[in-house]
Write a protein that binds this ligand. Structure first.
Ligand code: 5GP
Ligand code: ZN
Length: 123
């Protein structure tokens, strides 16, 4: 379970999506916005955020249209990956979910990490 599911009015990423909090946009589609992470964990660290609020992947997929929106999330990430040639050296897409999964913002997002060798297993 995700520990907190803020309503869109209070949600950090909904506020970024509405332009109430500044961000650095990197790419976008009708359903998805990609921004730079404010505390990058790799030389390239982006957040791939669906415009529709959902606390986590489970909640997102249960909504009508979830599967096609999830497809857009990955397709938009791949468009940026191809544009920046991030696929030449490799990258990691991560969805932290819930307290033990390391999720701190209760609005579904993919982390796109690249630019250095990424360790495994993760911490
Ligand atoms: P999570 O911990 O939920 O997997 O990921 C949340 C991410 O959001 C973290 O990597 C964190 O650095 C990032 N983050 C937190 N606040 C902000 C913010 O105000 N702007 C941006 N661009 N990223 C943020
Ligand atoms: Zn939200």
């Amino acid at each position: 379970m995700t520990p907190k599911s803020p309503p869109p009015a209070d949600c950090l990423f909904c506020r970024i999506l509405r332009g109430e909090i500044p961000s650095t946009p990197l790419w976008q589609s009708e359903k998805t916005l990609i921004i730079a992470d404010i505390a990058p964990q790799a030389p390239f660290h982006a957040l791939v955020i669906p415009r529709r609020h959902a606390a986590d992947i489970g909640e997102f997929m249960k909504e009508k249209g979830g599967p096609s929106e999830l497809s857009d999330l990955f397709a938009t990430a791949l468009a940026l990956i191809e544009d920046r040639r991030i696929d030449r050296k490799g990258y990691r897409l991560v969805i932290n979910t819930g307290a033990e999964g390391g999720q701190t913002v209760g609005h579904l997002h993919l982390h796109l990490l690249a630019g250095r060798p990424l360790g495994w297993p993760p911490g």
